[in-house]
Design a binder for this molecule. Structure first.
Ligand code: DCP
Ligand code: MG
Length: 448
């Protein structure tokens, strides 16, 4: 890195990348107003990149007549808005809004049915280009990822900030869509930053300003604090992050359990989570072959519960989570049935794996005798974004809190210290013949 790269007084233009030695509002070279200048600009390495109004931008790219029109993608099976372009958002249209409501707000909008294959193709193109910047790309969804750019200066002959600005331009030129970039020292604030100036944004949050920056933000800025949990906090008089900054860690943990610790740390801009690539294993599962074939619900449910707990333990141990729950059954005549369901967000909780598996199992309880039952999760990612404290189902949220408490007791007193209602006293009577752990390709993990 040259000396000029490290001088925070010298910003650069996001459009032509020219260094700006003078503090002008427009680029001395191309006249663009998009100048980046920040005290920590050349020291920060953690980025979050998120495509702008992704599906809508892809459709606008493919049909220039839509350029100046409000566009809504949606109206598929669910009858809700998948996304809306920024023009439609001015009229109040939002993701997940029922279609009729969106059209009331913006009757002139052009509605387009989602073309998932196309978006997935474009998403992969973007991902491939991210991987040219650094091997440490952690995809979060079809249109967003975290990137760790520490150590890439030599390769790109540029500090991360400039590499990212060049990347954003390249996406526009070569793919024809736009992205927003957040640059910080940790994942939490990189993600917050990428959302600050959308669309075509590039925001920087440095370590020195983190606490001040967060002080006035609503608690919902913290990942995992959605509407329901925010309401709980509000009942306790907490609406702004600044209030959390003034509380003791012990107090927050007593009030809110493990989430309290997250609130304590994130409110102070402390986030030690690393950017990591997706786990190489494709799935984590456990299965049991019975001594005698079983058709009765009670036995199968108890086995499902204990296998779910086993899968969950292994996920938690590796700090990974899966978004698709897979149930496997083998009937007495060796026919295999696999059923799966994708969740709204990844999970590592035994309870969610079990309940999802149970809903799949219920449909297969048709008198068939089974000789094998297995449960697992695929679609693996890091546990960072798993199981938001705000699960849609409030009962599930309560059970998740209970499960975290059980985990703590088990950590302390051993696995048998707590047995749940489903497995209590049952494990021995439904004794399996063989009990197998399976972790997908490439993983050398064995069960615990
Ligand atoms: N999506 C969806 N339903 C939702 C939210 C999102 O189908 N409730 C889809 C459509 C989006 C894509 O996922 O284009 C990416 O989601 P984002 O949350 O990143 O939203 P956008 O990219 O559309 O907009 P933004 O510019 O706010 O990132
Ligand atoms: Mg997006």
């Amino acid at each position: 890195m040259s000396a000029i790269d490290r001088d925070p007084d010298i910003g650069f233009c996001r459009d032509c990348l020219t260094y700006q030695e003078e503090r002008l509002h427009r680029c001395a070279h191309c006249g663009s107003p998009r100048i980046l200048r920040h005290d920590e600009l050349y020291a920060l390495t953690v980025a979050h990149i998120d495509c702008d109004a992704f599906y809508a931008t892809v459709e606008k790219r493919d049909n220039p007549e839509l350029a100046d029109k409000p566009v809504i993608i949606g109206g598929g099976r669910r009858g809700v808005v998948s996304t809306a372009c920024y023009l439609a958002r001015i009229h109040g249209v939002r993701s997940a809004m029922p279609m009729f409501k969106a059209l009331k707000a913006c009757p002139q909008a052009v509605v387009i049915k989602p073309d998932m294959e196309k978006y997935s193709r474009v998403g992969k193109q973007v991902r491939r280009m991210m991987e040219e910047l650094t091997p440490l790309v952690q995809p979060i969804s079809i249109d967003e990822a975290f990137l760790e750019l520490a150590g890439t200066q030599v390769l790109h002959r540029n500090p991360p900030a400039r590499t990212l600005a060049a990347f954003a331009r390249r996406i526009e030129d070569e793919i024809g869509i736009t992205v927003s970039v957040g640059l910080s020292y940790c994942k939490f604030l990189a993600k917050v930053a990428s959302d600050l100036e959308k669309p075509r944004g590039f925001s920087v949050i440095g370590e020195a300003e983190a606490i001040d920056f967060l002080k006035d933000m609503p608690v919902t800025t913290i990942w995992g604090v959605g509407k329901a949990f925010a309401a709980t906090l509000e009942r306790d008089g907490i609406t702004r992050i600044g209030q959390l900054q003034e509380m003791e860690e012990g107090d927050l943990m007593r009030r809110y359990g493990a989430i309290g610790q997250r609130l304590y740390r994130l409110s102070r801009g402390e986030d030690a989570r690393q950017v990591h690539t997706r786990d190489s294993a494709k799935s984590v599962s456990a299965e049991t072959t019975f001594n005698n074939d079983h058709a009765d619900r009670e036995t199968l449910v108890a086995v499902l519960r204990s296998l779910s707990e086993k899968v969950s333990r292994r996920l938690k141990k590796s700090d990974i989570a899966g978004q698709t729950v897979v149930l496997k059954l083998k009937s007495a005549d060796f026919k295999i049935r696999t059923r799966n369901r994708r969740l709204d967000d990844p999970t590592c909780l035994a309870d969610r794996i079990f309940h999802t598996g149970l809903s799949l199992l219920e449909k297969e309880l048709d008198g068939t005798k089974y000789r094998l039952l297995g449960i697992g999760v695929s679609d693996l990612s890091s546990a960072d974004l798993a199981d938001p404290p705000d699960l849609v189902d409030t009962k599930a949220t309560q059970r998740a809190v209970a499960e975290r408490a059980i985990d703590k007791v088990r950590d302390k007193f051993g696995r048998d210290a707590v047995e749940t209602g489903y497995t209590f006293g049952r494990q021995r009577s439904a004794r399996p013949q063989r009990d197998r752990d399976a972790t997908g390709p490439k993983s050398g993990q064995t069960g615990d």
